[in-house]
Design a protein around this ligand. Structure first.
Ligand code: KG4
Ligand code: ZN
Length: 345
């Protein structure tokens, strides 16, 4: 690699992660290491992330994870040019652990500390993985966020749509929980949906056909609960059919909003040579949602960019990369930046 290497740290939710990212001689981004420790097992018994447990686990793990990221990259701290950390949005305890660790590494070495918005990390991931040029459209669907973003440049984001209630991943997780399926719910629901009939139980399609680009999923979750109660006790096939119906409703809702967003994107940038829709977030792993987006891409001629799963879910490579872009844009030191549990892009 050439130019500065950035050490990135991510601790905003239930992954303790560190990574080293730089650039190749041709200007493309290079991931030298990307280490992620998931706390899923520690939270599994509670059916969701417990903030207090998360903060403690981050504090215990962060030192070893940073060391592992440096070792895997084969570099020493002396070769690092800047340290970036997620300072929001997220759970405050974890954010403090990550930001404090990053500052503690940066300060004695005289390195710039770069404060990164977690959502910016997701938003820039298709540039890290595919070198995508600005502007592009991004669908971010995770456990905490459901957004359609126009990414016009570094720090230039327009939120075109968001959820008015639950995030899509959260809806998958809550649906799984009420059907007594293991956490995290997304993969559980998808596995069962494969053997289910999506047409047996009618579920609503919230906000379908509306002209605004927002999402709503809590009504869907409630409809699953009511259907489950009306058909209790549920046989395994009932659960599979409900999962299939939920997943179908979710993917149709995503495709419906995205169709509208893509039309607006084409209107706004009619001369773009290579219009692209990128996806990010854990829910982007869902096969049915991927198929729906692929069909949409086919129909509209907008290229679909889906980064590898490990870079769609929470990781530190995306934070290091966002830090690298900020460093290249001249940003130097944010060591007085506070952590921000709420921080819209
Ligand atoms: O991006 P992510 O790893 O973490 C954040 O929320 O930031 O996303 C996790 C979410 C969880 O809600 C999980 O249930 C969901 O992504 N998820 C899925 C699938 N894999 C993970 N949802 C649907 N289908 C999947 N295959
Ligand atoms: Zn995330």
């Amino acid at each position: 690699p050439t130019g500065p290497l950035v050490l990135g740290i991510e601790t905003s939710c239930d992954e303790t992660a560190a990574a080293v990212v730089g650039r190749d001689a041709d200007g493309g981004a290079r991931i030298l290491s990307n280490v992620v420790l998931s706390q899923i097992d520690e939270h599994a018994a509670f059916g969701g992330v417990v903030p207090e447990i998360a903060a403690r686990a981050h504090a215990e793990a962060i030192g070893g994870i940073v060391r592992a990221a440096l070792d895997e990259a084969g570099v020493s701290l002396r070769e690092i040019g800047a340290v970036a950390a997620t300072v929001g949005p997220g759970l405050v305890g974890g954010l403090i652990v990550g930001a404090t660790a990053a500052k503690a590494i940066a300060r004695p070495l005289g390195l710039p500390f770069i404060a990164v918005n977690h959502l910016e990390g997701h938003a820039l991931t298709p540039r890290l993985t595919d070198g995508l040029a600005y502007p592009y459209l991004l669908l971010l669907v995770s456990g905490g966020h459901t957004q359609i973003l126009l990414v016009e440049g570094l720090g230039a984001y327009e939120r075109w749509g968001t959820t008015i209630d639950d995030a899509l991943g959260e809806a998958f997780d809550k649906t799984a929980k009420l059907l007594e399926l293991p956490h995290p719910g997304g993969p559980s629901v998808e596995r069962l949906a494969d053997g289910g009939d999506p047409h047996r139980f009618p579920l609503p399609r919230p906000l379908r056909g509306e002209k605004r680009l927002d999402f709503s999923f809590s009504g869907l979750k409630t409809a699953v609960r009511q259907t489950a109660e009306a058909n209790a006790p549920l046989e395994p096939q009932d659960v599979a059919d409900l999962c299939a119906a939920f997943q179908r409703a979710a993917s149709e809702s995503v495709a419906d909003r995205l169709a509208l967003a893509l039309a607006r994107f084409r209107d706004r940038f009619p001369d773009l040579a290579d219009p692209a829709l990128a996806v990010a977030g854990g829910v982007a792993a869902n096969g049915e949602i991927r198929r729906a987006l692929a069909a949409l891409s086919e129909r509209t001629g907008v290229r679909l960019v889906s980064p590898p799963h490990a870079l769609c879910t929470d990781n530190a490579a995306m934070i290091a990369y966002a830090g690298l872009e900020r460093l290249e844009a001249g940003e130097r030191d944010a060591s007085s930046a506070p952590v921000r549990p709420r921080w819209p892009l």
